[in-house]
Design a protein around this ligand. Sequence first.
Ligand code: BGC
Length: 742
Amino acid sequence: MPTFSPDSVLASLSLEDKVRLLCGKDAWHLHGLPEHNVPEVTLTDGPHGVRLTDEHTLNDNTHPATVFPVEAAMAATWNPELLHDAAAAIGRECQALNVGVLLGPGLNGKRSPLGGRNFEYFSEDPQLTGIMATAYVQGLQSEGVGGCIKHFVGNEQETRRFLINAEIDERTLQEIYLAPFAKAIREAQPWTVMGAYNSLNGEFCCQNSDVLQRLLREELGFDGLVMSDWSAVQDKVLAHANGLDLEMPGPALRDDELLQAVRNGDVAESVLDERVIRVLRLIKRIEEEQRPVTVDWEAHHELAVRVATEAIVLLKHEQSLLPLSTQSTTALIGEFATEPRFQGGGSSHMKPKGMTLPLSALEQRGTVRYAQGYKDTGTTDELIAEAVTVAREADQVVLLTGTTDSMESEGFDRANMELAPDHVRLIRAVAKANPKLVVVMQSGSAMDTRAIEDAAPVILQAWLPGQGGGEALARVLCGEVSPSGKLSETLPLRLEHNPTYETFPGNKTDVTYHEGLFVGYRYYDTKKLPVAYPFGHGLSYTTFDLNDLRIEQNGNDAPARLQVTVTNTGQVAGAETVQVYIHDEVSTLRRPEQELKGLAKVHLEPGGSETVTVTLDERAFACYVTHLGRWAVESGRFEIRVGTSSRDIRLREWISVESETEVRILPSLEDPVEEWLADSRTSPVMRSVLDDLGFDDQHPMAAIVRGFPIPQLVKFIPWMGHDEATAQRAFQRLAEQRSAVG
Ligand code: BGC
């Protein structure tokens, strides 16, 4: 096959050709240049499978492909190896359908449980998101298909998503919202990044040089291609001038504007060339990585089932109702049993290659009586009466509930966290008829369970589980597999407890991330608020012991290597996830109570035991120090907390970490005495000045003087009976020490 060299093609292109290459040909393709042997390539959504349309527009007429569980569910597996395999399978399907780049995964955060696309994002925790995103991109790209991590950055809501300006302070941006992108870029080198619709700190992301150049290129070291989200480009000239490589989708409407800007000299042709070479290199890479594949659809379906199975979180398990007895009659209630709720709405919406319905999967395993119970979000007295009869006559009941597309989708944020009132009515009526009730939640994001807690002794969160969801559910309910999913987001007791309650989704123009670092459990755990189900929580049919925490450090420098032994102490096989949090004893910069830094999932037979290793690198202990413009560790003690949820810490040990960096801002000659006393570089001189003046800790004015800025202190000295010269000398000593250390 004839091929091309990006450099020589670039050298021979006219200005018009260059500009043409910087925008898609249509919704899903890039321009080819047949005269230069540059092929036309395809990019398509993402993220939980390949969503390829036959046509060149944004329609829903897609090729069937394996629908994996949504990202929220993928993250709930806490199993990066499994996710790697799933993404590799998606990659093979991309190859079979001639797709060169898959538009995913999404790495945005979950500020609020109401975020309309929370189902498409991994977690409220940046480390978990980063780990899962890295595994996903590595898996996908291992099959020669490019990943596209999106939406860069600050796209945590759907309300006014094309217009809103996210105001995020630098430290929060770095520690919470950039961190997953940074990890994925560092460890998985995604081929592409997608710029977000929204503005960040005053400028649209796709034309924001701070976002595209300083953060993405200079700090995160990204060297692939940056494309816009679909129609996110507001000012085409500014976008390309400030760092955007590719505008999507096509056809282009504003090429003339860019041509004119280059001809006028407003944009240098060399800048254009930097963008064009990245487009050509991407096309070249896609071409080089193309390979013949035969897709084993059955194996991919089984993989989708495995991911869905490991994603199921057993939130609550009373009365030992599970596993279901397959000798007894089960009432299965809810339209989702036959019209499965398996994916979310919007650009990730796919046509499944196969599907196992919850009803048929359970019927294969025992006697099942089905009742519809509701239609979408509504029910009727007849539907409730039928469900009640079926429940009463059965030995045990499984009721499927959750969100519908009208409650949760791309394009809008959720109105609340509650179940549809008619679903609640149904659940309560069914529970009265038969209290042996297992409620299965099918949603892509956090639900408020208060309305059903007293009615449901068992609640499972099964997410939007993809095409294998029915089979996965049956395997877990019938005890073939013990549930091992863990919450990747906290289920707060009530929406009002969420730290963004007053500020989400902002006003007409701006949303300010006032809660800063304190998102999800970082907030609830710091505030010691009760939650419905904590971050990292998930029960099993068996029990596990965590023992023997050993921490090895190379001197007092990070990194630290941790080992923990996990033992399955129950009667059946199962899996447990060791979660490693750190707690900083004292920190100059305010930090959350604890932060997840590592994890390890282990599958064990009854009585089986395994020692897992988790490594904490230097970054694990660091904060982003805004005035230094970098991450830095501060010397001190950290408690290593090892547990099975953020609220179930089983093992703890203190370690010391040493660092040469001084994180404090050196006090100035305008700052108060107490800040001088708190800083090791200035406290000796301040203490000695105070002693000389007779202001020891016993002095009645000592507490007040600590609050004096230096000029006030100097003014005060003569009033204390010292002469003017003493005051001047004191000031002089402070000034000298300040310049000696500054
Ligand atoms: C979404 C992206 C998606 C793109 C293409 C946009 O509306 O925000 O996530 O990849 O459409 O469908």
